[in-house]
Design a protein around this ligand. Structure first.
Ligand SMILES: Nc1ncnc2c1ncn2[C@@H]1O[C@H](COP(=O)(O)OP(=O)(O)O)[C@@H](O)[C@H]1O
Ligand SMILES: Cc1ncsc1CCOP(=O)(O)O
Ligand SMILES: [Mg+2]
Length: 278
């Protein structure tokens, strides 16, 4: 099994490369949290661009280092934009992150998320309910019926989504990050549990979306697994630091962005985590 020190060295390298190179990670994401996603990407050292149209998704897929696709609020044009962009990303072997927000609501969302099975997202990032439901939609081990999903918030524990996450990672050959009080990241052979964060992250909208965008930034400079873990670790570190300074969710968002910006590569790599066999 890969050693903790090797993982930490790779995380440090990912953080430093991103801060030095300011890589572009374009997004097709929801209209609720689009601004927070871009701000989080900038805070860790990336460059952001958000688009809606098929030819613009194609442009970012071809010219960016990685792409973030989040299905939170779908528009009719996404029936063309999302498969078109995902197909190019797969053909060009470019990293991309899928956030299957609210999988199970509506026919277009179901159709698009089903199609993504063949395009094999490099990283899948979601809360526990979304990971369980996506594995169910794709007919993989550990998945559940879509009827368990209520909306964008999780109804399940992270540990309940462990087998689904492993099955999804084995199908894509990439990584899966399941968010919650303790986060779980897997590449299908090892499972990492990452600690920290804040209860205020459940009281603001967009913590999960921003995490997906930041993982895409790190995916420009690291393997899917290291990108997923590094993004999760910086969120857990910044979340726990911000919580100490605030009395509510409004100011939490501001301090959280500051802490993303200030976190050192060593502190991110030293944020508590443990490794297990999958
Ligand atoms: N109760 C909690 N305690 C600490 N961190 C949390 C908690 N809930 C969520 N987080 C953090 O918030 C971020 C978003 O996770 P989550 O709320 O599960 O995603 P989503 O917004 O997609 O439902 C992750 O970085 C996760 O670690
Ligand atoms: C509230 C909401 N509704 C559609 S997308 C969205 C944002 C979800 O953000 P997150 O998954 O990060 O909580
Ligand atoms: Mg979410």
């Amino acid at each position: 099994m890969i050693s903790k020190m090797d993982i930490q060295n790779s995380m440090i390298q990912a953080v430093e490369t991103v801060r030095k190179e300011n890589p572009m990670a374009g997004s097709i994401t929801n209209t609720v949290t689009i601004n927070f996603v871009a701000n989080a990407q900038l805070a860790v050292g990336g460059s952001a661009a958000m688009v809606y149209l098929p030819d613009e998704g194609e442009f970012l897929a071809k010219n960016g280092g990685a792409t973030y696709i989040n299905v939170g609020t779908l528009l009719p044009v996404y029936e063309d934009t999302l498969p078109h962009t995902a197909k190019i990303l797969q053909e060009m072997k470019k990293p991309w992150v899928l956030d299957p927000v609210a999988v199970g609501i509506g026919s277009l969302r179901t159709q698009l998320l089903r199609q993504f099975k063949e395009y094999k997202p490099t990283v899948i990032r979601g809360n526990a309910s979304e990971i369980l439901a996506l594995a169910g939609l794709w007919g993989l081990d550990g998945g559940t019926k879509l009827s368990n999903v209520r909306g964008v918030d999780s109804m399940d524990s992270v540990s309940a989504a462990r087998n689904a996450a492993i099955a999804l990672a084995r199908w894509t050959g990439g990584a899966v990050a399941v968010s919650g009080e303790t986060d779980l990241i897997t590449d299908g052979s090892v499972v990492v549990l990452s600690h920290g964060g804040s209860h205020f992250m459940e009281k603001i909208t967009g913590a999960g979306c921003a995490l997906g965008g930041v993982i895409a930034v790190y995916a420009t400079a690291a393997s899917p697994f290291i990108a997923a873990l590094t993004g999760t670790a910086v969120f857990n570190l910044a979340g726990s630091r911000a919580e100490k300074k605030v009395e509510g969710p409004g100011s939490f968002q501001v301090h959280f962005l500051n802490e993303l910006y200030k976190a050192s590569a060593e502190d991110i790599a030293n944020n508590p985590f443990e490794i297990e066999e999958a």
